[in-house]
Design a protein around this ligand. Structure first.
Ligand code: HEC
Ligand code: HEC
Ligand code: HEC
Ligand code: HEC
Ligand code: HEC
Length: 193
């Protein structure tokens, strides 16, 4: 009697912990980025570039997003240093004029509308408050997508238990809770087009 109870408890613990560890692992699929972009060499003391040099908010309020290869070519048609990473980038992308297909960590579904200008210019929020330290990173975090929601780990945020994200999460609740703190009351159609 005691023995079978112990066996049952043991089996239960084993199954529960397996579910806890294995399920989150299989819930996410990962995809490789085209190459390891290094923000720090560009935005640190050595590079001295501002976020706005590559991710501009244009005069008309639209956001440039991730820069196209043509904005890299200006500098990298001449060697900027002698690292292997730069040589590979020039050989694989600049020379053949092959546009890198970046996976966007914060990508929202098509029907959700997020304007950078309102947040960065009017509300003067720092990039870090939503994107963490990505702008200072030397290597890219693994890009992972939740198989059920289709959102990346960064959009899922801390709700994605047992996983470490360096960003606060960008689900609808996250948008709305910051808007509440700022006493904003947006209608569904402000964010859903
Ligand atoms: C030399 C151009 C360049 C500069 C300067 C630059 N970035 Fe980037 N940024 C990129 C490229 C290329 C990517 C795509 C690769 C990646 O995800 O890092 C990117 C991606 C990002 C992303 C990822 C968005 C997502 O959700 O996938 C964030 C956040 C970001 N940059 C923030 C910053 C911040 C903050 C700064 C200033 C501190 C900055 N960047 C300066 C070129 C640049
Ligand atoms: C204003 C000039 C400038 C622009 C524009 C620029 N870079 Fe760079 N890039 C540099 C400098 C400077 C370095 C550092 C060279 C060194 O000291 O090794 C660098 C280094 C690199 C490296 C090597 C990183 C490493 O870890 O050694 C890669 C890859 C790279 N850049 C990609 C890009 C991409 C992609 C873009 C466009 C989104 C871009 N660069 C735009 C100046 C620039
Ligand atoms: C209030 C939160 C917030 C702030 C502040 C913010 N972002 Fe974003 N960012 C987002 C969201 C949400 C997305 C996804 C938008 C989408 O998919 O439509 C995004 C997307 C991006 C992308 C990818 C865009 C693309 O589609 O290629 C880059 C690059 C980026 N942000 C850089 C920055 C930079 C640089 C700053 C500071 C100047 C900044 N962000 C400030 C929330 C924010
Ligand atoms: C401040 C911006 C904002 C407002 C206001 C807003 N939403 Fe959303 N909503 C989002 C974002 C971002 C997503 C995508 C991320 C997610 O699913 O959490 C989303 C997702 C959704 C989804 C899909 C959820 C899912 O799990 O697939 C529905 C349905 C939705 N919103 C309905 C509404 C309705 C109805 C209202 C008005 C009562 C509303 N939203 C107001 C930003 C907003
Ligand atoms: C860290 C706080 C914060 C987060 C997170 C945030 N917002 Fe906002 N948002 C603001 C503030 C503050 C404003 C008001 C800007 C102004 O007009 O001064 C605003 C304004 C807006 C507006 C109105 C823009 C306009 O032109 O009037 C939309 C749409 C919006 N946010 C969508 C989103 C969506 C979608 C998300 C989540 C993906 C989000 N926001 C996350 C703080 C935030």
């Amino acid at each position: 009697m005691i023995r079978s109870a112990a066996l049952f408890a043991g089996g239960f613990l084993l199954a529960a912990s397996a579910g806890w560890l294995v399920l989150p692992a299989t819930l996410y699929r990962s995809a490789a980025q085209p190459f390891q972009f290094n923000h720090k060499v560009h935005t640190g003391e050595k590079g001295g570039m501002a976020c706005n040099d590559c991710h501009a908010i244009r005069e008309n309020g639209t956001f440039a997003g991730i820069p196209k290869l043509e904005s890299c070519a200006g500098c990298h048609s001449e060697p900027q240093g002698d690292t292997k990473a730069e040589k590979e980038f020039v050989a694989n992308f600049i020379k053949p004029n092959r546009e890198p297909q970046w996976h966007v960590y914060s990508r929202q579904p098509e029907n959700a509308f997020f304007p950078h200008a309102a947040h960065v210019k009017r509300a003067a929020l720092k990039c870090e408050s939503c994107h963490g330290d990505h702008g200072k990173s030397e290597t890219l975090p693994l890009y992972q997508v939740n198989r059920i929601t289709g959102y990346s780990l960064n959009v899922m945020g801390p709700s994605a238990r047992t996983r470490n994200t360096h960003t606060p999460g960008m689900r609808m609740d996250d948008c709305v809770s910051c808007h509440r703190q700022h006493r904003l009351d947006h209608s569904c159609l402000d964010c859903h087009k």
